[in-house]
Structures are given as structure tokens and as C-alpha cells.
Ligand binder design. Structure first.
Ligand code: ADP
Ligand code: GLC
Length: 495
């Protein structure tokens, strides 16, 4: 093995402590894989009110800690815990910023108005913790806009630090739709210096853009699939930042996320009613019947079940699926099970659907991890009509559970779902190119006809899908190459 690296991950989410979406899954899983490969990884996240300190055995680690933000010193402390695999996690405790119910927003899905301060502080405090406790790093790996400013802090405030001065920075973009844009009046607090409030760095039409600044300063920038890297570089999916990504040249690349198969394995999953494998699918039939029963659907093994587990956000295209469900149910024998929460009008619509189609549609509005496993296990097909999808994890989970994904051909969905070939039954799912109700309807129709008329193709695809592996070891290997490139770039800069 190459020399072990010292890696610090700073993020706003990490499974099992705090999660709103796939970012939390990735920050939970990647360090585990890196540690198994012999590297020294540490994670730094906020101590949100929702973090269960007792369950996870948090212990005081550093207190008090003074953190200089622009013109003010904030006082906080840090706790420590070890993950099951022995990765140290440090929790930044600041009651004023993190002692509230949500991670980014309140229960009405309204973003907290001080998010720019909360996450600039988190980032700065995480680096300060390293300095105070002499935690050296080769790599500081940050995720999305909330911790993107770390790349800038390293190249400014900590440039001459004995502890962090050698560290290279890697920024992973999980979703370029969220950039951390705030009014310029918020900039002073970051302490970043007005010389960096320029159009190539943090300034964006007179406002601050955290992600843009991070892209400029990071030694390497990655995103979570090769296709999304291309889309963000070359199409409107770059959400205004394409030009800044193109400037990075080879320093911007896409690495497909992996799956944590300890969590997502139908052979061992404790959440599902019966376990199953590709060799023996009897348990899957039990899961399907249990799912149908749980959601008040007609319990019938011969009707295809389409599952959905998703945040209700415009990115996910559920507003496009909604009319398609109506037209599908007019024409075809099919059932739908939907789990999700988010935008209120979608919550309302999907909450009403079961009453409109008794025995055919089930929904649960909320966040429920157990149910999400159950839906993967009991469904025949899994729907992801995302307008864009940087990687997407659920389609990879669904492959492992033999629920064939039906997805819009975008981002990581292109890189993980292979189109069904009606000639020989090759492929592992169904892709459509136009994200609209009509093509969603047609593709569901194609899946339904395959289910009823080409059972041998269904069986072949399920066997293939369940045997595929999107391992974190593979992804971690790619990240290690990126870390080496980041270190090379960092060394070329004169200190
Ligand atoms: P994103 O991060 O954009 O939401 P991903 O597919 O990468 O999309 O990851 C979503 C993760 O969140 C998956 O682990 C999925 O199972 C989980 N998830 C989303 N909504 C829910 C929900 N309502 N209940 C339980 N898990 C959910
Ligand atoms: C983001 C993206 C999703 C991706 C996840 C983890 O939430 O929307 O596509 O899988 O991050 O990288």
C-alpha cells in the first residue's frame, strides 16, 4: 500500500449521526472504506440537537475553543466519538448555531436565515480544532457549499500553519443546485477578506457564493458521477458555474458513489419482513405481500409494485410522476408505494392519492429508514424521475434488492442503470430521456408489459441487477488517486 494519508473530512451530515440525504450516506461510508485501506481518517460535523449523544457515546474532547470569525470571537467546544469501525468523529458544539431542531431548515422546510454564518463557523471551527489539538492533515476533504470555504481558509488563514500548512484540499460537489448564495452583508462574518470577494472567487452578482469560492480555492474538485461532471461542465446543469468548473481542467472529475452493503443487503437486512438472495427469491415475495398489506393494497403477487423513496424537491421530478400515476392507473394493472417528504404541495398530493385509488396506491409522508428498506425489498420496480441527479443512491440500492430502476437518463443514473434490451433481456432497468409525464407514463408502460409478457427477461435482469456491486472500495480507490493529485498540486504552490 502507498503511504497512509491523514485525511480530515468536514461535512454538515454524516450517517448515523445526522442525515437529510445521500450526502450523509457518503460521509458515513467513504471514511470507513478509507480506514479499511489503512488511512487515518477523522470526521468533523456539528453537534446538532438531534445527535443522540448518549447512544453514540459522545465524550468531551476540547473545551473551551475560541474561533475567530470576521471581527468576532465565537466560543464553542468539541466532543468526540468513535464510529463502529473506529473512525474518530468530532462534533462542534455551539448551542446558538446547532442547538435547534433541523439541520438546514425548520419543520416548515424554511431555511434558517443564519445558515451562511452557521456553516462558515462550522468550517472555521473544524480547522481551528485541528490546530488546537495538533491534528495534522495531508488532505482536508469537504462536501458541498456548507464546508466549501475550508479550501479558502487553508489558502489564506492557515497558509503558514505548522499543523495544516501542508494540507491539500478536495471539494466534493454532491449537488450544484445548492451553492450557498447569500447577501454580501454576510461576507464580513466569514473573515475571508474582501480581496477574495471577486467574480472568480466568492462574488456572484454582488452576492456571496460559497461553492464558487470553494471551487476556486480547492486543489481538486470532484462530483459524484462521471456523467454529472460532464453535465455540470458543459450544460445548463452547471447552474451558472460551468465556466468556473471548466477553468479547473483536470482538477475537476467525477467519481461514482458506492453502496454500503452492510446496510443495504437483502440477505441480512434486519428491517425487512423476510430475507432473500438472487439464488432464492422466496423472501422477496414475502416482502412484497407484506408491503402490499401494510399499505392497504390488494395483496396479489401478480400485480407489479412501483416503489418511490425520495425527498420531495423539484430536483426529484415527483411533480412529473404525479400526473403519470393517474394516467397509468387508468390503463394498467399496477400499484404504487410512495415514501417521502419535503415540499408541502407534493406532500399533500401524495397523501391524498391512496384515497383516490384505494388498493392501488399507498403513501407515507415522512422520513422512515425502516420503510425505505422495506420498499426496496417489496417492489418490483423503483422509480426515479429526477430532473437531474448527481449520483443517486436509491437506484443502486434497488438493484441489490431486485427492484428494477426506472429512471430519467441523467447524471449518476446514466452511470448505474443499463437500458433493458427487449431483444435478449440484457440490462438492469429502464431509462427515459425526456423528463415529462408522458415519457414517464410510457416507460412505466414498457415495464408493465415486460412484467406481464416477458417474464424470462424480468428474471434475467433481476439476476444481473442483484449480482452487481457498486463497492465503496472501488470509489475510495478513485478518491485516493484524487488525493494524490491534490497533494501534487498543493506542493507545486510556493509556501
Ligand atoms: P438525495 O441525497 O438527493 O436525497 P440520494 O439518492 O443520493 O438522493 O440519497 C437519498 C437517501 O435518503 C437514500 O439513502 C434514501 O433511502 C434516503 N431517503 C430519502 N427520503 C427518505 C425518506 N422519506 N425516508 C427514508 N429515507 C429516505
Ligand atoms: C446529493 C445528490 C444525490 C447524491 C448524493 C450523495 O444529495 O442529490 O444525487 O447521490 O448527494 O452524493
Amino acid at each position: 500500500m502507498a503511504t497512509p494519508l491523514k485525511i480530515i473530512m468536514i461535512a454538515s451530515e454524516c450517517v448515523p449521526y445526522a442525515k437529510t440525504g445521500g450526502l450523509g450516506d457518503v460521509v458515513g461510508a467513504l471514511p470507513k472504506a478509507l480506514k479499511q485501506m489503512g488511512h487515518d481518517v477523522r470526521i468533523i460535523i456539528p453537534k446538532y440537537a438531534s445527535v443522540d449523544a448518549r447512544k453514540f457515546g459522545l465524550k468531551p474532547f476540547h473545551s473551551p475553543m475560541g474561533v475567530w470569525m470576521g471581527g468576532v470571537e465565537e466560543w464553542c467546544s468539541a466532543d468526540e466519538a468513535l464510529t463502529e469501525e473506529g473512525v474518530p468523529v468530532y462534533f462542534i458544539e455551539h448551542q446558538g448555531f446547532f442547538g435547534r431542531e433541523g439541520i438546514y431548515n425548520n419543520s416548515r422546510h424554511e431555511d434558517y436565515l443564519d445558515n451562511s454564518r452557521r456553516f462558515a463557523f462550522l468550517t472555521r471551527a473544524a480547522l481551528q480544532l485541528c490546530i488546537d489539538r495538533n491534528i495534522e492533515a495531508d488532505i482536508v476533504h469537504v462536501h458541498d457549499w456548507p464546508t466549501a470555504p475550508a479550501a479558502a481558509y487553508l489558502k489564506t488563514w492557515f497558509w503558514n500553519s505548522n499543523v495544516l500548512g501542508q494540507a491539500a484540499s478536495v471539494l466534493t460537489i454532491h449537488n450544484i443546485g445548492h451553492q450557498g448564495k447569500y447577501g454580501r452583508d454576510q461576507y464580513g462574518y466569514t473573515g475571508l477578506g474582501w480581496e477574495h470577494f471577486t467574480a472568480d472567487k466568492f462574488e456572484d452578482l454582488g452576492n456571496i457564493n460559497f461553492l464558487k469560492g470553494g471551487i476556486h480555492f480547492a486543489d481538486m474538485v470532484t462530483t459524484v458521477s462521471p456523467s454529472y461532471a460532464e453535465e455540470t461542465r458543459n450544460t445548463e446543469l452547471g447552474a451558472g458555474l460551468s465556466a468556473y468548473l471548466r477553468v479547473k481542467g483536470d482538477a475537476y472529475t467525477g467519481i461514482l458513489n458506492g453502496v454500503d452493503y452492510n446496510e443495504w443487503n437483502p440477505e441480512t437486512d434486519p428491517f425487512i419482513p423476510a430475507r432473500f438472495s438472487a439464488a432464492n427469491l422466496e423472501g422477496k415475495a414475502i416482502c412484497k405481500a407484506a408491503l402490499q398489506q401494510h399499505f392497504g393494497l390488494e395483496v396479489n403477487p401478480n400485480i407489479p409494485v412501483f416503489g418511490v423513496v425520495s425527498r420531495f424537491a423539484s430536483q426529484k421530478g415527483l411533480d412529473l410522476l404525479y400526473p403519470a400515476i393517474h394516467t397509468v392507473l387508468k390503463e394498467m394493472a399496477a400499484q404504487f408505494v410512495i415514501l417521502g417528504s419535503g415540499e408541502k404541495d407534493l406532500e399533500y398530493k401524495f397523501m391524498q392519492l391512496p384515497a383516490q385509488y384505494p388498493g392501488k396506491v399507498g403513501s407515507f409522508i415522512g422520513y422512515n429508514n425502516e420503510l425505505s428498506h422495506w420498499i426496496e425489498a417489496g417492489s418490483d420496480f423503483f422509480l426515479m424521475p429526477s430532473r437531474y441527479e448527481p449520483c443517486g443512491l436509491n437506484q443502486m440500492y434497488s438493484l441489490r434488492y431486485g427492484a428494477l430502476p426506472i429512471v430519467h437518463a441523467t447524471g449518476g443514473l446514466i452511470d448505474s442503470v443499463e437500458q433493458y434490451d427487449e431483444y435478449d433481456g440484457a440490462g438492469n432497468g429502464f431509462l427515459f430521456w425526456d423528463a415529462g409525464p408522458k415519457s414517464i407514463h410510457n416507460t412505466i408502460g414498457w415495464a408493465v408489459s415486460t412484467y406481464y409478457d416477458r417474464k424470462h427477461h424480468m428474471a434475467k435482469m433481476i439476476q444481473y441487477a442483484m449480482g452487481q456491486r457498486f463497492s465503496w472500495e472501488r470509489s475510495a480507490g478513485e478518491y485516493l488517486k484524487v488525493y494524490e493529485q491534490a497533494l501534487q498540486r498543493r506542493r507545486q504552490l510556493v509556501r
